[in-house]
Design a protein around this ligand. Sequence first.
Ligand code: GLC
Length: 595
Amino acid sequence: MNKLFSTFLLILLTIQFSGQAQESRTDWWSEARFGMFIHWGLYSGAEGIWKGEKHRHFNNYAEWIKYRNRISNEEYGELAKRFVWEDINPEEWVIQAKKAGMHYITITAKHHDGFALWNTKVGNYSFKNYDPESRDILAELAAACKKHDMKLGFYYSHWVDWEHPYGWDHNRELTQDLSDEQFDEYWQEKVIPQLRELLTNYGDVALLWFDMWLGHEETIVQEKQLRQVISLVRELQPNCLINSRLGLPVSDPDIDYETMGDNQLGAVYQKNPWQTPGTIAHSWGYHALENDWKSSNQLLQALINNVSLNGNFMLNIGPRADGSLPYESVSRLDDMGRWLEINGESIYGAGGLELRPKQHDWGKISFKKEQGKAKVFLHVFNWPLDKNLRITGITSNPTKAYLLADKLQKPLDFTQSGPLIHIHLPFRQPDPFVSVVVLEFPDNVNLAKELAAESSFGGIALHAGNTLEENLEISRLEAPNRMVSPEHLNLKMDQQISWRVYIAEAGNKKLSISFANPSGKEIKAEIQAIDQKREVSLAPTGKVVVEPNQNYYTEEFVDLSLGEMEFNEVGYYTIKFKVLDKAPDPVRFNRIWME
Ligand code: GLC
């Protein structure tokens, strides 16, 4: 073999091999879908209050109190004395995670405060130096996870460290007094040796969760420092996953999964592994004065939403300094666990169907292939009043429909016309939160992805989110008007948008358009379906009063009937809309409604 060719082959094999290695590393994680985040540290002893004063920032993250309320290392360290060690039992967190149906745990080994939860030999900022009664909580947690067959990962704040004189602290933006050399000193004497401890002394580490919400180029952290961390992880625990908040892009082969913004749920289907870190209320660490708890149903829907877009959900608990959890957290976790016990098949190991993200107004869809069969799980958030569940976009023929909660799998009646499936639902929804209907297919599921979906009650809304044209710039009015106006497209002369629909019953359909025309003059537009064209005149529109007596007005979007159009045959149609006139101000297009 010639040398050049063999080198080429080697490179090719290496690329393939490392690609495969990465895929199998994240398999368990993608399969798991639901994990527990634990924020627990000295801040749990403060509970969002310092010397009688509430945490000083509207973003009530209790774990930021050291920075926000300007607390010294020493005084902050004294919080360790508030910990009630005889009551602290990390096994209870693991049992709670199990009960909630979670498959992995990530705990804040070291948060931004720089304080280590374990008995680190690096520096003296850890429990053992502040409270002789304290124990190595990570060792206990690791043992409990092993006992209960739970994967364990560590959050480690690598960039921000408010304890070390050379760690990053946001106030350095003002003082500008940290050199690259000093930061590297922090890196070499704290970050690297502490990570080495975490990766050596606590058994299998399933994942490391770094927390830099910017690309490293925007920070003091250098790429070579991040590569050093990666090499350490790969050397000590080759299967340990690394998240994108390390500070490198998801496209980097060493980033195993993408972490979205805090509480940022998925909006589009993504092939790469990704997750949302979420809170039950707002703060991550326990906050005594916090009261905005999300409902169990909201949290379940967040999990389902992410799975339907091929993502994970990692839900946080903030235990108190005695290890206990507020009832609000426990009750929600238990609700989720009970739901997953019955409906877990639609979550674990399931992914999404690559339909439009907000295709159906009644809920979300997940998908799984099992023993040759394909299963589509319809998560019904809103049980239709007419008991008719409308699904748009699946062209394969289902063999069976049934409720996931029904052990006998009593078949539900359904009809199919092309890509439209209508399922006749029972009178009552089986679950108080989200009820799941299963559609089974013999092998695979074919999709008509481009279709605009039928609404609940019938009818089709053609709007900015379901056009055939991709990457349209969807506009929202500026705040505060955005709160009262629909998302819309700004359309200029000759600009055309189009949609694909399926008409299941031949005959006439009524059409109407919703728009605003602030240009002060009439604008002509045209709507077209096959060979039928209809010209329409969009009269100038005015304003609408949002709040009386506050001089607060916004654009009025009005509805205009377009009459009827004929659809003489059952089948697929393309509908087009185009603005014909030049106008000083574009037409604000909201939607066309067909029924
Ligand atoms: C943010 C916060 C932090 C929290 C984290 C969780 O980065 O700085 O306090 O731990 O998000 O996602």
